[in-house]
Design a protein around this ligand. Structure first.
Ligand SMILES: Cc1cc2nc3c(=O)[nH]c(=O)nc-3n(C[C@H](O)[C@H](O)[C@H](O)COP(=O)(O)O)c2cc1C
Length: 344
């Protein structure tokens, strides 16, 4: 049993990735926790009241540890009116988009969620998209909460350690969904190189994320120096996941080369299965509106496509392990596939 498994009070070195956008429900996350892994709720895009409802459900469904993930707001330079107008003309249904949220509103949402975690004594909290602010770190640590940060480079991992994180999720470029990188110089790196370059430079445990779908992958990551793995796409296609059935089906039939990193859905780099929207806007990758502006404008388009079961304009987030996922399992079966060994 390694330090991180002990710290998190789990039985298997498996963390179900927090996945904002609807796939993660308390029944998915609690099934992971009950099977000896760490289930994760994703608070991104959810109103604090909805997070509280999920927290209460989670506590009813499992007495095992779980974590809640928070998006750390990041102030970006606002795009010009002209740039916004250009994208509005390109994006179907953009006229139905809600007004942009201000950075003040985003911080208010963040701190409301921090207060909720404190109030409900959530044992583990993770962050993505930036370093969490020092006052939030203090508030959570004062009630004994274990903190996990996300990094995509050794430099980011060092900053996470300095900020007081208890462990760091190293997210490789194979990972599905958004990259959590926050330093402008960070470029997506393969997981293997990222762990090798980082593990010896930091004093906190490493969690490996990106393209992991079976026990062989888990063992490789542990052999490189990680103490746990964080798995997203493989849980997204589980029976208990609330991901759209078209999204699941696309993952079952995709190969690794069918996925690509793109900014044209949200303004931030994320890996998904290539579809018409990505292809049509390939030449605009360098000219996107920053996150969350573009994300706000494409939301009605993505929702409309989901309602019509049309994958051409949905964000089909998936990691490079998609090519090795071909049938729906329940969480218990996937947990066995990821870690079948007795003891750790
Ligand atoms: C649909 C989807 C949504 C995600 N949302 C979040 C999130 O809310 N917070 C977060 O820290 N990571 C998020 N991620 C990234 C995961 O934490 C993790 O790095 C990634 O899933 C690992 O790669 P894999 O999908 O190949 O297993 C998301 C990933 C996916 C596929």
């Amino acid at each position: 049993m390694n330090d991180l498994i002990k710290l998190l009070s789990i039985k298997k070195p498996i963390i179900q990735a927090p996945m904002a956008g609807g796939a993660v429900t308390p029944s998915l996350a609690s099934a992971v926790s009950s099977a000896g892994g760490l289930g994760s709720l994703a608070s991104g895009y959810l109103h604090p009241d909805a997070v509280e409802t999920q927290l209460l459900e989670m506590k009813q469904q499992t007495d095992r540890p779980f974590q809640v993930n928070l998006f750390v707001p990041k102030e970006e330079e606002a795009p010009s009116g002209e740039q916004v107008q250009r994208w509005k003309e390109l994006i179907p249904h953009a006229n139905r988009a809600r007004p942009f949220t201000s950075i003040q509103e985003e911080w208010q949402d963040f701190y409301q969620k921090v207060d909720l975690l404190v109030e409900h004594r959530v044992r583990i909290c993770s962050f993505t998209f930036d370093l969490p602010p020092e006052d939030a770190v203090k508030k959570l640590k004062d009630v004994g909460c274990i903190l996990l940060g996300t990094a995509c480079s050794p430099e980011e991992a060092l900053l996470m350690e300095e900020r007081g994180m208890d462990a760091v999720v190293l997210q490789g470029k194979e990972a599905g969904g958004h990259q959590g990188a926050f330093l402008p110089a960070s470029k997506p790196v393969e997981l293997r190189a990222l762990i090798t370059e980082t593990a010896d430079r930091i004093g906190i445990p490493v969690i490996a994320a990106g393209g992991i779908t079976d026990e062989k992958d888990v063992r490789k990551a542990l052999a490189l120096g990680a103490q746990c793995v964080q798995v997203g796409t493989a849980f997204l296609v589980c029976k208990e996941s609330a991901a759209h059935h078209v999204h699941k089906q696309k993952i079952f039939t995709a190969s690794a080369s069918d996925t690509r990193l793109t900014k044209v859905f949200s303004g931030k780099e994320a890996r998904g299965i290539v579809n018409a929207w990505m292809e049509e806007n390939k030449h605009r990758e360098q000219d996107v509106l920053p996150y969350p502006y573009l994300n706000t404008l494409t939301k009605p388009m993505r929702q409309e496509a989901a309602t019509r079961n049309d994958p051409s304009h949905m964000s089909l987030w998936a990691g490079q392990g998609a090519g090795r996922l071909s049938k729906e399992m329940n969480v218990k079966e996937l947990m066995e596939k990821l870690w079948n060994s007795k003891g750790t």
